[in-house]
Design a protein around this ligand. Structure first.
Ligand SMILES: NC(=O)c1ccc[n+]([C@@H]2O[C@H](COP(=O)([O-])OP(=O)(O)OC[C@H]3O[C@@H](n4cnc5c(N)ncnc54)[C@H](OP(=O)(O)O)[C@@H]3O)[C@@H](O)[C@H]2O)c1
Ligand SMILES: *[C@@H]1O[C@H](CO)[C@@H](O)[C@H](O)[C@H]1NC(C)=O
Length: 317
């Protein structure tokens, strides 16, 4: 009997060590954010909500920018409870609608005085079409955030030093920006198969990295800095729209091998609050450290072109 207990103990111990290893690096900064205001998009669940809790604990006023009022308000209560801060509010933002992005920005600029950190966290992994006819993943993951960031830029500059953090993914490595496809298919890629969705998602995440690359250049000298990042493979709700089989399979794997959402928020937090990383503006982070990216993810010409195309498509120019 005692022997069995020993074995069980060892197995549990090894599992715990393994989980600690999987969860990876943690944000070490003790930075407080009293008097500062933060926006986190897509913060009613997943990585975004955990990020919001941590920032509220640090004393920030946190705006949960979410598309669904019921879920957004419910999340605001959860974040208030878990952070012990009342300074958490929901504001409606549907990134799949350029009109909604504009009215969010208008509303925010009218009712709030500061913006110190903008966290572009919301993301979708599914096919579909936005209100304006763009592919859902391109529209939400990139274009909506592109417009949002630009509309809030003056406020960020006024409140500098300030930061813009965009949650990308390791999968950006599998992306490619085919501007010809974009001209004919506002999805930035065509198809419905599992493989197509994977590819088009990857394109949108490459957009996040290139957007940040170009943004950093445009922000030189303003003391507004920006970062993109991979949160890790995280056991969140992101796969909720996959078919039942893939979802079940993923669930089992995810419980063991993926980071929990707490761990998944750490690199976002690092980019948002870590002191002394300003010199790394425009770079890509993973596991709370800056990482090298492939040539295609730091291509000046492509990044500039993406910026100009996005200006036109989002109606900014
Ligand atoms: N999980 C991973 O393994 C992983 C890996 C790499 C990168 N990422 C990235 O991490 C970020 C957070 O994802 P997650 O894993 O936390 O996924 P999640 O649990 O699915 O959360 C995604 C959030 O985005 C919101 N959202 C979706 N469409 C939106 C829209 N049109 N307007 C406003 N908000 C919208 C969702 O709101 P609803 O609840 O209303 O749908 C939800 O709050 C995403 O950018 C994702 O691409 C995740
Ligand atoms: C908002 O979320 C609630 C709860 O998940 C759901 O019942 C409702 O249909 C959603 N509303 C919209 C407009 O999607």
């Amino acid at each position: 009997m005692p022997e069995i207990l020993l074995y069980v103990g060892v197995v549990i111990g090894v599992l715990m060590l393994f989980r600690t290893y999987v969860n990876g690096a943690r944000c070490k900064s003790k930075e407080k954010l009293h008097g500062k205001t933060v926006i986190v998009t897509g913060s009613n669940t997943g990585i975004g909500r955990v990020t919001a809790v941590d920032l509220a604990r640090r004393g920030a006023r946190v705006i949960l920018a979410c598309r669904n009022q019921t879920r957004g308000q419910a999340a605001a209560s959860v974040v208030q409870r878990e952070s012990g801060s009342k300074n958490v509010v929901y504001m409606e933002l549907d990134l799949a609608s350029l009109k909604s992005v504009r009215s969010f920005a208008e509303n925010f600029l009218k009712t709030e005085r500061r913006l110190d950190i903008l966290i572009n966290n919301a993301g979708v992994y599914m096919q579909g079409i936005t209100e304006d006819g763009f592919g859902l993943m391109f529209g939400v993951n990139h274009l909506g955030h592109f417009l949002l960031t630009n509309l809030l830029l003056d406020r960020l500059k006024e409140c500098a030093p300030s930061r813009i953090v965009t949650v990308s993914s390791y999968l950006h490595n599998h992306g490619n920006l085919d501007f010809d496809t974009l001209r004919t298919h506002k999805e930035f890629g065509v198809g419905e198969s599992l493989w197509d969705v994977f590819r088009i998602y990857s394109h949108s995440k490459l957009c996040n990295v290139l957007f940040t690359h170009e943004l950093a250049k445009r922000l030189q000298g303003t003391h507004v800095t920006c970062y993109s990042l991979h949160p890790g493979a995280v056991n969140s709700d992101l796969a909720r729209n996959l078919n039942k089989m893939s979802r079940r399979l993923l669930k089992g794997i995810a419980a063991l091998f993926f980071k929990d959402v707490e761990a998944g928020a750490q690199t976002t937090l690092h980019c948002a609050v870590q002191e002394g990383i300003e010199g790394l503006s425009g770079r890509y982070f993973s596991n709370c450290a800056v990482q090298k990216v492939k040539a295609k993810a730091q291509d000046d010409a492509v990044a500039k072109k993406l910026w100009e195309v996005s200006e036109t498509l989002s109606g900014l120019t």
